[in-house]
Design a protein around this ligand. Structure first.
Ligand SMILES: C[S@@+](CC[C@H](N)C(=O)[O-])C[C@H]1O[C@@H](n2cnc3c(N)ncnc32)[C@H](O)[C@@H]1O
Length: 511
């Protein structure tokens, strides 16, 4: 199928390229139309939360050889690669391969990796332990999972999405990728930000947009294109960017990005923010973000990624710092007072169904994790519990009280297990998020065995040595050190039967 771009779209950009020729320096508009019709190169990130440690990259590269993937680095993302496949591997959907299912890789269009690179640029040695980073329009989670890699489980990652169906996809990607420090929320980002003034150290607003840059992936993206759509969308984007800015701490940084190309949704939106907060908005130029970024830089310091520049999707990225300003400071404080009525805060905290572990409870659970898995949770987490008969235990990143007193949170951190009258049961989420720091009761399995686990089968092991007097014990299966699943192993003589407890929603046929 070949692409026929709408005539009004072409005419619109041809006219702009003449009337705003300064903005179209070195941009051949006919070449842009040609690239819109070319197939898009696939790209992925290997997940440094799973391919962790100093040899993570090497293990990933070896895996790509096994999968018959041909990879080429993406200049602007250390762990991003364009991917092609040898003929014999082309019929296999990457989403059904073991590296993908176990959270080792995330399929993400290359230019979409740029906003997060921009967000962390200049902060390579920052310790995020006490910081809060927000992703305001987050589903399906390509950028949230990329942010989580940079944070390496430290601090709080608030990841928000308005659409309830897309919220599920976001959660499932966070779980698959082993993200442990997230707070998942379900708000209109404008309302969310208004409830959390002066809160975030870093924010990403990857705004909803008309998606002109996505036409190479989705030929239908421009089918009913009209310049009026951009105007409607820009009204929403302006509200979102202003509220995002008020939710930033002084000195905090915001990246605004879209996968569209027109000025109305891009530089006009950032300019609107500049006009709204003239003394506080500082644009940080992205000219030196990576070698070659200057090819896409605008005179303001934004990146305007036309598809032909890096043979990618079209994208726009701007980075903004919030500087201190006494006057607005007062307005913000007034907003805080208006929105945070202390009774409401008390009410919200009362409604929160979790309790923080007492010292004694903390010791009990810490001992269980140590004895069962040889694992100590990182210090940036705290144990919280809920439930009476069956007590659920969760690891939450430190500092969540600030959020749960002000907003409704859908999910926090990682559920680690349940304490029943009969004993302890560890859950899958723990395996995905903390399996790589477990040193006891783990067994390495083969590729064939991973496929069986994902088909819902139990596994049988021979020559199993019973180390403890207990007849059944929880065992975590690993594949090349990647946590796969937890199940109960029953040992009879030297034979072990491992009972599969992988959540049913995860079962699928792997290739
Ligand atoms: C460009 S997509 C985000 C892609 C995502 N950042 C990623 O990299 O995977 C924009 C998202 O914003 C959501 N959205 C739309 N309006 C919103 C609003 N007012 N508040 C929060 N999210 C919104 C859409 O449902 C959509 O999932």
């Amino acid at each position: 199928m070949s692409l026929t771009l709408p005539e009004n779209f072409k005419e619109h950009y041809r006219t702009l390229s003449k009337t705003k020729s300064d903005d179209f320096n070195n941009i051949d508009i006919e070449e842009f139309f040609t690239y819109c019709g070319l197939p898009l190169r696939k790209a992925l990130r290997y997940n440094t939360l799973k391919y962790s440690g100093t040899n993570g990259k090497e293990i990933f590269i070896n895996e790509t050889k096994k999968q018959k993937w041909i990879i080429e680095p993406v200049q602007w993302c250390d762990n991003g690669y364009f991917i092609d496949r040898k003929e014999e591997a082309k019929s296999i959907a990457i989403g059904t391969t073991i590296p993908h299912v176990l959270g080792g890789i995330y399929l993400q269009e290359a230019s979409s990796m740029m906003p997060v690179t921009a967000l962390f640029h200049g902060h390579e040695n920052t310790d995020f332990s006490t910081m809060c980073i927000g992703d305001l329009a987050a589903s399906p989670g390509s950028k949230s999972t990329q942010i989580a890699e940079k944070m390496q489980g430290k601090g709080i990652l608030l990841t928000n999405e308005l659409s309830s169906t897309r919220l599920k996809a976001l959660y499932s990607n966070l779980e698959r990728c082993g993200v442990s420090n997230s707070l998942l929320t379900h708000y209109d980002a404008e309302n969310l930000c208004n409830l959390l003034p002066n809160t975030f150290d870093f924010l990403l607003l990857d705004a909803p947009c008309t998606g002109e840059g996505t036409v190479r992936k989705n030929f239908k993206a421009l089918e009913n294109w009209s310049p009026d759509d951009a105007i409607t969308m820009a009204n929403l984007q302006k509200k979102l960017i202003v509220s995002a800015f008020t939710a930033l701490k002084n000195g905090g940084e915001l990246v605004y990005s879209t996968c569209t190309l027109g000025d109305a949704e891009n530089r006009d939106v950032v300019n609107y923010l500049r006009e709204t907060f003239p003394n506080q908005v500082e644009i940080i130029s992205l000219e030196n973000l990576f070698d070659g970024a200057d090819k896409a830089i605008t005179h303001e310091g934004y990146l305007q990624i036309w598809p032909q520049i890096f043979d990618s999707e079209g994208f726009f990225v701007a980075k903004i710092r919030k500087n201190q300003n006494q006057e607005t400071e007062q307005t913000v404080m007034q907003n805080i007072l208006n929105t945070q009525d202390s009774k409401q805060i008390e009410k919200n905290l009362k409604k929160f169904p979790f309790q923080k572990a007492t010292r004694k409870q903390e010791k009990t659970i810490t001992d269980i994790l140590h004895t069962q898995w040889g694992c100590t949770l990182p210090r940036t987490f705290e144990l919280w519990t809920r439930g009476e008969k069956i007590k659920e235990w969760w690891a939450f990143p430190k500092g969540i009280e600030h959020f749960v007193s002000k907003i409704k949170v859908d999910r926090i951190g990682v559920k680690i297990g349940e304490l029943h009258t009969k004993g302890w049961k560890t859950v899958y989420e723990f395996c995905s998020a903390f399996g790589n720091i477990c040193t006891k009761n783990t067994i390495e399995i083969t590729e064939e065995q991973v496929k069986k686990v994902y088909a819902g089968e139990n596994l049988h092991f021979e020559n199993v040595q019973k180390k403890e007097t207990k007849k059944t014990t929880e065992i975590m299966l690993l594949y090349k050190k990647f946590p796969v699943a937890i199940g109960k192993m029953t040992i009879t003589g030297n034979n072990g039967k491992w009972k599969n407890q992988l959540p049913r929603v995860l079962l699928r046929k792997l290739q």
